[in-house]
Design a protein around this ligand. Structure first.
Ligand SMILES: C[S@@+](CC[C@H](N)C(=O)[O-])C[C@H]1O[C@@H](n2cnc3c(N)ncnc32)[C@H](O)[C@@H]1O
Length: 488
């Protein structure tokens, strides 16, 4: 049974056997196996087969049919075993998960669901933890637009580390690379007694899905003080193809997590690089801004076909051609245009407001053609789904203010692999606006912008960005990364 809200895809038995083999070779020899979301039970079966000393088996699974069939199977295969297979929600099973006092070597093994809380809430699911991990520190648009979304696997791993904080355990679970990063980040708040942390990337062939994932292996020892300096891991691999190894080259063999320097803890992507460039890390950064958010490219982003004095002929992305006042529009760059600045033709944007405090459409009253065009597309504005528009006037946009209209900007396209800052100058004597995948600093003069551009593109700043930005992040150079760059 495949149930969307339960993240139900089972790990193939050949693969659970491979993971058990790998753990055995690394010296893991448990007497107790705990599988928090066991599904068809392949991890339990492979553990019973691959580890010699297993005496206790404890598992939880929310789908009853799986529980029944695994009980049957184990009764036949291991008549002397008394597995504790619980039908229920892992988040309600804290006490039932705890092993007998005689347990010495506990292995928590499995593959928790790979679904996000946003996905679950869309499905109106009750398969959610009662307590969410705290916010990831995202602010502003980044928070509202969902980069703060988290996986249920992150909650399950947090829950397990909390439940077993007084036990000596090895945790070996499959999860997305982003879950590993977020868990590492959270560890400092919880002060878990971790002695060793590894993350081993797995091939995408295992599940046939386009997701970066791996095996997280954590060892705990309650007698060890929860020291944040231990919350870091080297990223290795379990079974990548040579093509995948190339894809993962930017993260393979990096040592990622918390580092203590000059008495302060910092969370970084590459600890070695950070040691070299940490002098750039500062709370005193520039006034970074995010580009305009409108979610309506089809209507408000246009090509200019022809211009005649004050009027121009524009074409929107639906192919409609419209006559508009040239002064109602501003030159516009998408992230790809900023990244390849100078090479690509630019577009125009019909922004509905010039600042967040101004009522949408207010300034368009001076431009009747533009105003009519926007209001004719009212239904498109009504259809915008992002929650940033909830409770805001109908034609609202975000990421506009006085700073958007400064003549010069030093900008970066956040979704591109290597950092490269660009100096954006006015086009046709008008300030240039960018989309919300871009971040920028505004300047009144070209000279000031040029000086900062030189600094931001220096080897030092580039090295620093490489040390803190996570290469597999979709939005790699986001606000909270850029805000760490020290002012010149
Ligand atoms: C990705 S599957 C993996 C199953 C198994 N661990 C494996 O590796 O093959 C996730 C399993 O978690 C179960 N599940 C989802 N939410 C759960 C919850 N809150 N408590 C317990 N089990 C849950 C699903 O029914 C599904 O069988």
């Amino acid at each position: 049974m495949v149930s969307d809200n339960l993240g139900d895809f089972q790990t193939p038995i050949e693969y659970t056997a491979k993971i058990v083999g790998f753990l055995r070779e690394s010296g893991v020899s448990p007497d107790t196996i705990i599988e928090p979301t066991f599904g068809t039970g392949n991890f339990i079966k492979s553990s019973l087969e691959g580890f010699e000393n297993v005496k206790n088996v404890i598992g939880v699974e929310v789908q009853e049919s799986y529980v029944r069939s695994l009980r049957e199977e184990l009764r036949t295969l291991y008549p002397n075993l008394r597995p504790r297979l619980i039908h229920g929600n892992i988040f309600d099973s804290q006490d039932k998960l705890l092993p007998p006092k005689s347990a010495r070597d506990i292995l928590i093994i499995g593959n928790p669901p790979w679904v996000t809380i946003t996905h679950l809430s869309k499905l109106n699911s009750d398969n959610v933890p009662s307590k969410r991990p705290e916010s990831s520190g995202e602010k502003g648009l980044d928070l509202l637009t969902g980069s703060s979304n988290f996986d249920i696997a992150e909650s399950i791993l947090t829950y397990l580390l909390e439940t077993f904080k007084n036990h000596h355990v090895t945790i070996a679970m499959l999860c997305k690379t982003t879950v590993n990063q977020k868990l590492l980040k959270q560890a400092k708040r919880y002060r878990w007694s971790i002695t060793n942390w590894e993350f081993l990337l797995i091939s995408r062939r295992v599940f046939g899905v386009n997701v970066d994932a791996g095996l997280i292996v954590i060892r705990t020892d309650p007698s060890v003080h929860g020291d944040p300096s231990n919350y870091h891991c080297r990223i290795g691999e379990l079974d990548l193809t040579s093509k995948e190894r190339l894809h993962y080259a930017p993260i393979l063999d990096r040592d990622t997590g918390w580092i203590q320097l000059n008495g302060r803890f910092q969370f970084v992507f590459d600890r070695e690089l950070y040691r070299q460039y940490h002098h750039i890390d500062s709370k005193k950064s520039y006034d970074w801004r995010q580009g305009i958010k409108h979610d309506l490219s089809k209507v408000v982003v246009l090509d200019k076909l022809h211009s005649n004095g004050e009027m121009g002929l524009y074409q929107n992305q639906n192919g409609e051609q419209i006559c508009l006042e040239n002064n109602a529009l501003l030159p516009f760059l998408k992230g790809s245009h900023v990244y390849n600045y100078g090479r690509r033709p630019h577009l125009y944007i019909l922004a509905t407001q010039r600042s967040l405090s101004e009522n949408p459409l207010e300034y368009l009253r001076d431009y009747p053609m533009a105003l009519a065009y926007v209001t004719q597309h009212r239904h498109m504005f009504e259809k915008r789904k992002s929650r940033v528009y909830k409770g805001r006037p109908l034609y609202s946009m975000f990421g506009v203010g006085e700073y958007s209209f400064a003549p010069y900007k030093v900008a970066i396209a956040s979704m591109y692999g290597s950092p490269s800052f660009k100096l954006i100058s006015p086009i046709e004597n008008k300030p240039v606006l960018m989309d919300d995948t871009c971040y920028f600093i505004s300047f009144d003069t070209y000279e000031d912008a040029e000086q900062v551009l030189k600094y931001l593109n220096s080897e030092e700043v580039m090295g620093f960005l490489d040390s803190i930005a996570y290469p597999l992040d979709k939005r790699k150079y986001k606000m909270k990364v850029l805000k760490r760059i020290k002012r010149m």
